[in-house]
Design a protein around this ligand. Structure first.
Ligand SMILES: NC(=O)c1ccc[n+]([C@@H]2O[C@H](COP(=O)([O-])OP(=O)(O)OC[C@H]3O[C@@H](n4cnc5c(N)ncnc54)[C@H](OP(=O)(O)O)[C@@H]3O)[C@@H](O)[C@H]2O)c1
Length: 314
């Protein structure tokens, strides 16, 4: 029997797919929004049993459509996010600020609960458009709909991510790899299944109006993350501290690619630690701790990048 109706924006992404599976397991019906049902439908439709998932193609800037969709559900989960801008519409401001603001306004008018996913470690960042757009989005959402739960994850990883899989791909072919800021920036990686569990926990326990920092059980530096990935794929590469000027220059050229490996905005962001803030409330504090360790978990799928593996160079 269906117990709640949940509308997910950004449902086809890494976090979205895990959320769908977690929600339907508990008899929630999911309405999954994607921009392109032909491209993403195949991956979405396998995430839930018949009757528990509706896949909806929509433009997230179509206010009438948003209102129509939000009116039908109990909870709306916003997972839409981008790492780089594309053209004049897919900008950080439109995606991370204007869209959540609109969602909060409609959720408020329709009395629908909102869970908004932002990101950790951005509060002190001054020189990143990604960071300021996310922070502004949080501010609007909190102001318009104070009952919103805002979840701020550190790095989210899994076999479906754009992080460990990308890095393992690069480490398996490149003889060396750059370390930005000496590789000293700290992160608290959380496995996507534990983030999905936290989002489910918030909804199932009716924990609204909180801001929760979503962290994993360990603090790892950027260098330690790369060293762990190398260990997992059984490769030894030279990690060299890249001078900032060179990092910026390479990012300047890379960011014009259709799917840039790194942008100047990300170089700026990498300067700041991505760990729990002093006064922040985390998933541990609210009774939903994470326990999956980075190395143990990555090991389970890293074989694909080891010799003879699906994505190996040899
Ligand atoms: N992954 C991390 O390490 C991490 C860390 C901190 C915070 N977060 C935040 O967590 C949330 C979910 O992350 P994720 O890893 O699941 O991201 P993801 O895999 O990149 O998925 C993002 C989703 O956003 C949707 N999207 C992107 N641009 C859009 C646009 N212009 N219009 C409509 N939809 C758009 C895409 O949906 P369609 O293509 O189907 O339309 C996609 O499913 C994001 O807000 C992200 O910023 C992630």
């Amino acid at each position: 029997m269906i117990t709640k109706k949940i509308l997910i924006f950004g449902a086809s992404g890494q976090v979205g797919r895990y959320c769908i599976r977690r929600f339907v397991k508990n008899n929630y019906k999911v309405f999954a929004v994607t921009r392109n049902v032909h491209k993403k439908g195949y991956i979405l439709k396998t995430q839930a049993p018949i009757g528990y998932l509706d896949i909806i193609e929509a433009n997230i800037f179509d206010e009438n459509k948003l209102t129509e969709l939000i009116s039908k559900v109990d909870v709306c989960v916003n997972l839409v996010g981008i790492l780089y801008e594309k053209g004049n519409v897919n900008t950080f401001n439109n995606i991370h600020t204007i869209f959540p603001k609109k969602l909060a306004q409609i959720c408020y008018s329709k009395k629908v609960k909102l869970v908004h996913i932002s990101a950790l470690g951005l509060d002190k960042v001054k020189d990143s458009k990604y960071a300021s757009s996310k922070i502004n989005g949080e501010k609007f959402v909190r102001e318009i709909l104070p009952s919103t739960t805002i979840i701020k994850p550190s790095l989210v990883y899994s076999v479906d991510d754009n992080l460990t899989t990308k890095f393992m791909g690069l480490l398996s072919v490149l003889p060396f790899f750059p370390l930005y800021y000496g590789g000293k920036t700290k992160f608290t990686p959380i496995h996507v299944s534990e983030l999905a569990e936290l989002i489910f926990y918030v909804i199932s326990k009716d924990l609204y109006s909180k801001t929760i920092e979503a962290i994993g059980p360990e603090v790892l530096t950027f260098k330690e993350i790369l060293q762990t990935l190398m260990k997992c794929i059984k490769k030894n590469r030279i990690l060299f501290p890249m001078p900032l000027i060179l990092a910026r220059l390479s990012a300047f050229f890379m960011q014009v690619m259709p799917q840039p490996l790194i942008t100047q905005d990300q170089i700026n962001l990498l300067k700041y630690d991505n760990i729990k803030t002093k006064s922040g409330v985390t998933n541990f504090d609210i009774g939903c701790p994470s326990s999956l360790k980075f190395e143990d978990t990555v090991k389970d799928y890293a074989f694909n990048w080891t010799e003879g593996g699906q994505f190996s160079s040899s």
